[in-house]
Design a protein around this ligand. Structure first.
Ligand SMILES: [Zn+2]
Length: 325
């Protein structure tokens, strides 16, 4: 069985005026690797490609560590820990931020929320929506908390509204205006937040780089032309910067509708050998390499379960998305 575990933010501390960016410290990351290493072996890109190609079999208990979004802190804080321990991992970069000093809408929302009082954010949001003549009603709490299970009800509803109720163009417009109003500079924030081209080249050279798309768009929800263009741009940029072709994809957002068979087929034609969704499940076998399931680190390690994963291995369910149709 292969368990994939996804990380986002890796920071020495998570203090912020309104804490809303959550992640793992380098110390906790190191401890988590030690816990995982006691019950499983770690696989990297080449190992998984060999399994997909039938050149080797899947170990009884294997783990792959992944990082989405190409954040600089992943390179600065997690990469040295992995190198020291000799553990492989996969870093899924987004290319537009690196190319254009751009900040994705998702990350703009994280930053705004960390530095703006929730009431202030709601006011900014209502003002911008009124100006743009857009309707505003917060979504159902249950629906929102299904997606944002680690957020408070109000935060989950706000995040769900910004991320999933507004259409992509509206979202970009609304969030962009709030980001600007709150006084953030996109270029300097982008340079602070994301890896640079040299970092991607080093990770590719070490066999640890994958693509997370160009502009962090939900590929499965886009029309074919837009999805293909976003994906191809990311592949081309990465090969231009690294001199190598990446062979793995992490679907941006990772929820079911953000992934699709059409995107998977296009990606396979471009040389992608396997891809990760964010279906919270294990991969008992590699029966659909373009739709491998993956957990978020907080599904496995949290305050209530400080590193006891034996039970987790026993109870884990098998990936099912896109298997039966
Ligand atoms: Zn992402």
């Amino acid at each position: 069985m292969l368990i994939a575990i996804n990380y986002h933010y890796i920071r020495e501390h998570f203090d912020a005026p309104y804490p809303s960016i959550f992640g793992v410290t380098p110390e906790d990351f190191s401890l988590q690797l030690d816990v995982l290493g006691r019950s499983a072996c770690f696989l990297g890109i080449d190992d998984i490609v060999d399994i997909v190609d039938g050149k080797r079999s899947l170990p009884d208990r294997a783990v792959v560590i992944t990082f989405d979004d190409g954040l600089k802190e992943q390179y600065e804080f997690a990469w040295p820990v992995l190198q020291k321990k000799g553990i492989p991992a996969i870093f899924y970069a987004i290319t537009r931020p690196i190319e254009e000093s751009f900040v994705t809408t998702t990350h703009k929302i994280h930053i705004i929320r960390a530095y703006t009082h929730p009431d202030g954010l709601l006011k900014h949001l209502q003002a911008v929506l009124a100006k743009e003549s857009l309707e505003f009603s917060l979504p159902d709490a249950h629906k929102a908390q299904k997606v944002y299970r680690y957020d408070s009800v109000e935060n989950a509803r706000l995040k769900f509204f910004l991320n999933h109720v507004l259409e992509e163009k509206q979202q970009e417009l609304v969030v962009g205006q709030i980001f600007h109003k709150a006084g953030f500079d996109q270029a300097s924030m982008s340079n602070e937040l994301y890896m640079d081209k040299c970092m991607t080249a080093e990770l590719a050279e070490s066999g640890c780089l994958g693509t997370h798309g160009h502009a962090h768009r939900p590929l499965g929800l886009l029309d074919n032309e837009n999805a293909l263009s976003d994906f191809v741009t990311s592949m081309n940029k990465l090969s231009e910067w690294t001199g190598l072709n990446v062979t793995t994809l992490s679907y941006p957002f990772g929820f079911r509708e953000a992934c699709s068979k059409t995107v998977a087929h296009q990606a396979e034609r471009m040389g992608i050998k396997f891809a990760f969704t964010l279906e919270r499940a294990g991969n008992m076998k590699i029966d659909a390499p373009m739709f491998m399931a993956r957990f978020s680190v907080s599904d496995i390690f949290n305050a209530k379960r400080p590193g006891n994963i034996e039970e987790f291995w026993d109870k884990v369910t098998h990936a099912s998305w896109f298997r039966y149709s």
